[in-house]
Design a binder for this molecule. Structure first.
Ligand code: HMG
Ligand code: MG
Length: 307
């Protein structure tokens, strides 16, 4: 029997990763309502938006309005994605009550993806992030980093674990406190994910490592379980399975939060989340976007409710 954590922390990234790739503009009040409904379901970690260039990702241009509109439940921690100093300055231009608790910087284990996504090399991105991490930590913010293309890249194919280890080391050296191992394309399979995780553990303790799995090839739950088996106890997930990166063509959404909650609760692992209310949050955003939920567990429960 594998030893599993008793409790797992889920960070719902749907307002950011989930919506950033939407072609139709999603009204700001809909984003704020999604965040309210996630909180009502007991989600206490939410990646609310990104402070990236609106020329690169127009959907996130309302970042300041989203941060202003969020009513935070007790214990709620709010994260935002930050690409550079300009993004951090913009996030901290608001009154302190509207600041994020955590920033997420994002590097890539693939050189080509780094250039496509943030317009610089991996080494340049680290130098760009160095003052961002220092300034954020000075202000008492927690700093996490996503490591994109940790198992595969849309441009370079398979990525060796050693490259993930190298990126993890560089992120650690500049003061990053936690890392999310991201399968951006959703091509990873469990043993590859475990090898990439092991390369990461050389630099970050297991309780400072998070899984971020896109589900393009239907592997994300298996990859989640493979990570749990190594002791990883936090995951980025997206309600209704929304998501994708505009610079990773063909990649679908993150693993659905509902599916992960169903799996974890079924294994006796606590999340603090109410699955029924979470499903309602997923229905809300799916209807707002005019499509069916990408969560298998949500569809099963909804069919049962209808029957
Ligand atoms: P650049 O064009 O090299 O930047 O982009 P620049 O410094 O030359 O500036 C160009 C223009 O952008 C200027 O405006 C700047 O002011 C503006 P102009 O003078 O032309 O009017 N600008 C900004 N505006 C607002 N906020 C900012 C900002 N920075 C510059 N922060 C840059 C470089 C990094 C900005 C750009 O490439 C960018 O924004 N990239 C972000 C792309 C992105 O958001 N991708 C999706 C998120 S990552 C992801 O989904 C992966 C993840 O989920 C994990 C996984 O699954 O792998 C995290
Ligand atoms: Mg992602």
């Amino acid at each position: 029997m594998m030893k599993l954590p008793a409790r797992v922390k889920l960070v719902d990234v749907s307002p950011r990763d989930g919506l950033q790739n939407e072609k139709q503009p999603v009204p700001t009040p809909v984003k704020i309502e999604l965040i309210a409904r996630l909180q009502a379901a007991g989600v206490r970690e939410i990646e609310a938006t990104s402070f990236v260039s609106p020329q690169w990702v127009p959907q996130m241009a309302d970042n300041a309005q989203v941060m202003r509109g969020i009513q935070r439940a007790k214990g709620m921690r709010c994260a935002v994605l930050i690409p550079n100093m300009q993004g951090l300055d913009a996030a901290l231009a608001a009154p302190r009550a509207q600041w994020p608790d955590e920033i997420v910087i994002f590097g890539s284990a693939s050189e080509t993806f780094s250039r496509k996504n943030i317009n610089c090399s991996i080494a340049e991105s680290i130098e760009r992030f160095r003052p961002v991490v220092a300034a954020a930590r000075d202000q008492g913010l927690h700093v996490r980093a996503a490591m994109s293309c940790a198992v595969g890249c849309p441009y370079e194919g398979e990525i060796a674990p050693a490259r993930v280890g190298l990126l993890a080391q560089m992120l650690k050296d500049i003061g990053t406190q936690e890392v999310a191992l991201a399968d951006t394309l959703g091509v990873g399979t469990p043993l590859k994910v475990q090898r990439a995780l092991e390369a990461t553990f050389a630099h970050f303790a297991v309780h400072h490592v998070c899984g971020h799995f896109h589900d393009t090839y239907g592997q994300a739950l298996a990859n989640t379980l493979a990570s749990l088996a190594l002791g990883v106890a936090q995951f980025d997930t997206s309600v209704a399975g929304l998501g994708g990166c505009p610079y990773a063509q063909g990649a679908t959404g993150n693993v659905a939060t509902e599916d992960v909650v169903y799996m974890l609760h079924g294994m006796g692992i606590e999340t603090g989340i109410d699955l029924d209310q979470l499903i309602d949050a997923g229905v809300y955003i799916s209807q707002a976007l005019g499509r069916k939920s990408g969560s298998r567990a949500a569809m099963a429960v909804l069919n049962q409710r209808a029957g």
